[in-house]
Design a binder for this molecule. Structure first.
Ligand code: AHR
Length: 518
């Protein structure tokens, strides 16, 4: 798949007063691949208040809920068209024993969430609650199995419990109130098995993966899509070993990539940052493209037909926890900077959907780069939520390759430290054509000061009208809070026009725009 970015490399920042120009050429005749809706996937881990308080308040709560899941969050997620939800972790998955989370709630044992702050959980949110939530959302469940501290039998029985019509596990499920099996497609066999999921070497995990997946059966026409634990960022040895030793036994291999300053020490504040920190984040987030290409090249060696999918099942920003919040709960605020990370990353994922078939932002509520923040009965939608909402038009549409020429600037490659630099293109773009023939172009002008005049050559596409939506804000640190929930919100965009087969767009500084062309 071809999308060329011809970024004119400028050694230094351009004069701030200049108005810049960028060109895009759409290449509709090269359109071949559908953008899987699962690129817009979400992740919900038992971590902090993602599940308890975020998604789930319990049937007895005074917060309005449907069978325990809070109504405001349900509604917001329905509007986002969430295609797939990954659960129960993350690191939590490899310490989770699913049988503790079924049956009458008063009989469920309590557990210590050792990975995330040592919080004691009551297991009131388990298999039934999760799968019922997915049914209410109309999304695919993605269940991560416990390989790190579980057993093959436990994993095999979980699949049977969820998907079999008859037999001992189905009988137990029925006794717990669910007659019909659920349909579950995606299962993860371990998570970060090189780290919190068991500190394994890939040579060992590859064999373990082969063993565990053998006993994950397809019951009654339910066809599992089996995903092996993959690399964190650039661990090419992991990918190489997994593809060589277990490529034939998997449907997908995961990849985790966070926009994070480093794993020790401060990761930087989510809300207080300077211009250099902001541009660092844009560069780090865009480096996911190189990371994907690196793993795709290895996968291509072993699987030229691209049968095995690359699943970016954790990505997003990772900042310091908000002051005053529980340590280990990874609660962070979300600003326009995070919205840009979302927009740029999604534009990258679209380009590789011949291999990348799923991506799950971490996480859906109250953890890392959340869509939603909750505090008791209040809920706030973050700037990242609005990017997912605006971009939902790309779900299931045909990817339209494009060529982009734009200015760039030199940015720090390391947060807070001079030294290595990267070249950052200042415009990011992606396009797709939906089944009804509408074309959508998502654009981001990363520049904090200067607007961009974009000319888009529509090629053979006969399009006459354009409308759009924009997310922007007066300051890049702007965010939505419980006191001011609507500080950052999409607005109609009027800066685009079509004339003689060319689209012209005036993209304001620090703006994210999605255009619809008919
Ligand atoms: O998303 C938070 C954590 O990040 C996940 O539990 C783990 O898989 C990753 O390290």
């Amino acid at each position: 798949m071809k999308q060329m970015i011809l970024a004119a490399a400028l050694a230094a920042a351009l004069p701030l007063s200049a108005q810049k120009k960028a060109d895009i050429t759409l290449l509709p005749e090269q359109a071949k691949v559908e953008i899987p809706k699962e690129i817009y996937g979400q992740f919900a881990e038992h971590l902090g208040t993602c599940i308890y308080g975020g998604l789930w308040v319990g049937e007895q709560s005074s917060i309005p809920n449907t069978n325990g899941s809070r109504n405001d969050v349900l509604q917001a997620l329905k509007e986002l068209k969430v295609p797939v939800l990954r659960w129960p972790g993350g690191c939590f998955a490899d310490e989770y024993h699913w049988m503790d989370g079924i049956g009458p709630k008063e009989n469920r044992p309590r557990m210590v969430n050792n990975n995330w702050g040592g919080t004691v959980e009551d297991n009131s949110f388990g298999t039934h609650e999760f799968l019922n939530l997915c049914e209410m959302l109309g999304c695919e469940p993605y269940v991560s199995m416990n390989v790190g501290s579980g057993t093959v039998q436990e994993t095999a029985q979980w699949v049977e419990y969820i998907t079999a019509e008859d037999g001992p596990m189905a009988k137990l499920r029925k006794a717990n109130g669910r007659e019909k099996p659920w349909r579950v497609k995606y299962i993860g066999v371990g998570n970060e098995s090189w780290g919190c999921g068991g500190s394994m070497r890939p040579e060992y995990y590859a064999d373990l993966y082969r063993r565990y997946q053998t006993y994950c059966r397809n019951y009654n026409g339910n066809r599992l899509f089996k995903i092996a634990s993959g690399s964190g960022e650039y661990d090419t040895h992991w990918t190489e070993t997994m593809m060589k030793q277990a490529g034939g036994q998997m449907d997908g291999l995961s990849l985790h990539y966070y926009t994070v300053a480093g794993w020790s020490g401060s990761k930087g504040s989510a809300t207080q940052f300077d211009e250099a920190d902001y541009y660092w984040a844009m560069g780090k987030c865009l480096d996911i493209e190189n990371c994907i290409k690196t793993h795709v090249a290895i996968m291509d060696k072993y699987d030229a037909r691209k049968r095995v999918a690359l699943m970016v099942d954790e990505w997003g920003t990772w900042w310091d926890e908000e002051p005053g919040t529980v340590r280990g709960h990874l609660y962070q605020q979300n600003t326009m900077r995070d919205a840009f990370v979302a927009a740029l990353s999604l534009n990258v994922f679209h380009k590789y959907t011949d291999r990348v078939k799923m991506a799950n932002i971490a996480q859906v509520a109250n953890v890392l780069q959340s869509m939603i923040l909750t505090k008791e009965d209040k809920m706030v939608l973050t700037p990242s939520y609005y990017v997912f909402q605006m971009y939902a038009v790309h779900q299931g549409a045909t990817y339209l390759p494009l060529e982009l020429t734009c200015d760039s600037r030199t940015v720090r490659a390391r947060m807070g430290r001079d030294g290595d630099t990267r070249t950052l293109p200042l415009v990011s773009a992606s396009a797709s054509r939906s089944k009804d023939g509408k074309v959508h172009i998502s654009l981001a002008n990363v520049d904090l000061e200067t607007s961009e005049t974009l000319t888009v050559d529509l090629g053979s596409l006969k399009l006459k009208e354009v409308s759009g939506t924009m997310l922007t804000s007066s300051k890049i640190e702007d965010k939505n809070t419980f006191e001011q929930p609507d500080a950052v919100k999409p607005v109609p965009f009027k800066g685009a026009k079509i004339s003689k087969g060319k689209l012209t767009v005036k993209l304001p500084a620090k703006s994210i725009v999605v255009l619809e062309l008919v």
